[in-house]
Design a protein around this ligand. Structure first.
Ligand code: NAD
Length: 501
């Protein structure tokens, strides 16, 4: 099951799936056009947004546990479709089979989480200072949510948002990456099948708009959309956030990362090497949580770096559909150029580069496979402080723990982080107030591969948003404080007297 038509058949998408339209869809595996889709235009985006507004009006009144039932059924449908949808993620985004399947599993997991949540959208009761008064805080549905997603998690990020938004009583308009519209169309079709059998689900509850940044910007500007959840580069966030802020909308931003690991003298180096390999090389370095900076104590560097080079040498690079492949292609040629440019800058800044060459070019002239790059840097130069979305791992050394933390936090991004140590004091310091400044801080595991149960997101240029687990659902609701007077008097707060006399 590796061609688009095979996968489409498995997903029940019909023979005409992705056969016409202005936009050519390219598989990064071969660089070939595998399908065509039609972009939305401004009018169709406006119409879908209007439908989302109308859908919200009905959906917000469906009891939350019943809304959860729709998401439960979506999760069931995803279980049935896991293999085929995972294969489509592989074909369109170039992830290895295991990672394609893992991405769909993440969708299933967040559906399960959201089903439970649908009975736990708890508010508060608050003691009133006035006699005969009751005060409470309630969470109410917010409105249509725009979800803008990146190519590298083409379906999971929608589900993190949509599963929560749906149980919270919101409708959703999704703009996927223009590089990965096929997986989005497939997921939308799955959703529509589930919604068609669910009488309370209004038309337009979840819709999809295909197109580039201009379509995303249209959603960002639309005053009918109270929340714009946008995942992608910091550059995109800088464009979207002011537009949403200007109309006093909310944005939930999940932007670039520049994630580091500190390896201390007491670290279990065997575990560390395995963790580094998955975090730095997995998904061809194209995860927001990819490990990009390794901060190694000077006493372990000479053991760790050679072990890492040996492990890098064993990574099988190639078609992500083939068994044993660990490193698939970069998304496109621009991504390869960005990688090559970053390595040049690193060399200029005194770095020693191992790997980072293009491979398999004779077999795939339009696809971009690389060996993972390990770059030993004398210092944290500007290029190290920049997120390059490719498998480049910069290695730096430290002597004092404080210096490691300073290096660690000395970048503009603040998504994920990790430390390998057996020293309890170091582990606790890393996760305490003066430790890692990131949204995610792990001990003895790498920075990537988060579970859905925790809140996901980061600080600084990563945008500050939190998605997925914990109480991230609150972003998709509006908070209301109500005071109810069940007495016969009208006492005012703060003891204020305001009487005619
Ligand atoms: P990108 O910023 O190029 O595009 C992301 C999405 O934003 C796409 O749908 C794109 O069409 C849209 N977009 C771009 N400019 C826009 C604008 N001005 N207005 C409205 N929409 C706009 O990112 P990408 O190359 O697809 O993905 C890689 C980036 O995403 C990396 O920086 C990565 O770290 C980040 N990312 C972050 C997270 C996270 O949770 N923090 C998760 C995945 C990816």
């Amino acid at each position: 099951m590796s061609s688009l038509s095979d996968i489409a058949a498995k997903l029940g998408l019909g023979p005409d799936f992705a056969t016409a339209g202005n936009r050519a869809v390219v598989s990064p595996i071969t660089g070939e056009v595998i399908g065509r889709v039609a972009d939305d235009d401004a009018a169709s985006v406006a119409a879908k947004t209007a439908a989302a507004v109308a859908a919200f009006a009905g959906w917000r009144e469906v009891p939350a546990p019943r809304r959860g039932e729709l998401v439960r059924r979506l999760g069931e449908r995803l279980r049935e479709a896991k293999e085929a949808l995972g294969a489509l993620v592989t074909l369109e985004a170039g992830k290895i089979v295991q990672e394609g399947l893992g991405e769909v599993q993440e969708m299933i997991d967040i559906c399960d989480f959201a089903v439970g949540l649908s009975r736990q959208l708890y508010g508060l009761t608050i003691a009133s200072e006035r006699p005969g008064h009751a005060m409470r805080e309630t969470w109410l549905p917010l409105g249509p949510v725009a979800v803008i997603t990146a190519f590298n998690f083409p379906v999971a990020v929608w589900s993190w948002n949509a599963a929560l938004a749906l149980v919270c009583g919101d409708s959703v308009v999704w703009k996927p990456s223009e590089k990965t519209p096929l997986t989005a169309l497939a997921v939308q079709a799955l959703f529509e099948k589930v919604a068609a059998d669910f009488p309370e689900a209004p038309k337009g509850l979840c819709s999809l708009v295909i197109g580039d940044a201009a379509i995303g910007a249209q959603l960002a500007r639309d005053e009918r959309i109270p929340l714009v959840s946008a995942t992608g580069s910091t550059r995109m966030g800088r464009a979207v956030a002011p537009i949403v802020a200007e109309r006093f909308g909310r944005s939930l931003l999940e932007l670039g990362g520049n994630n580091a690991m500190i390896v201390t003298p007491s670290a279990d180096l065997e575990l560390a090497v395995r963790a580094i390999l998955f975090a730095a090389v997995g998904t061809a370095g194209q995860r927001c949580t990819t490990l990009r900076r390794l901060i190694v104590h000077k006493d372990v560097r000479d053991r760790l770096v050679p072990a890492l080079k040996a492990a890098y040498g064993k990574v099988k690079i190639g078609d992500p559909r083939e068994a044993g492949t660990l490193l698939g292609p970069l998304i496109d040629g621009r991504s390869f150029e960005a990688m090559a440019a970053a390595l040049d800058k690193a060399r200029t800044a005194g770095g020693t580069v191992t790997g980072g060459e293009r491979v398999l070019a004779d077999r795939y002239k339009d696809a971009f496979y690389v060996t993972p790059a390990l770059v030993e840097m004398p210092a944290q130069a500007d290029v190290v402080k920049t997120e390059t979305f490719a498998p480049i791992l910069y290695v730096m050394t430290y002597e004092k723990f404080e210096d490691a933390i300073a290096l660690h936090n000395g970048v503009p991004q603040g998504l994920s982080s990790s430390i390998f140590t057996m020293n309890l004091k170091e582990a606790e310091r890393f996760t305490a107030a003066a430790g890692s400044d990131c949204g995610i801080a792990n001990v003895n595991i790498g920075p990537s591969g988060a579970e859905i149960g925790g809140a996901f997101g980061g600080e600084k240029e990563t945008g500050g948003g939190r998605e997925s687990g914990s109480d991230a659902w609150k972003a998709y609701m509006r908070r209301q404080t109500s005071t109810v007077n069940y007495s016969d008097a009208l006492p005012l707060a703060q003891g204020v007297v305001f009487d005619i006399g």
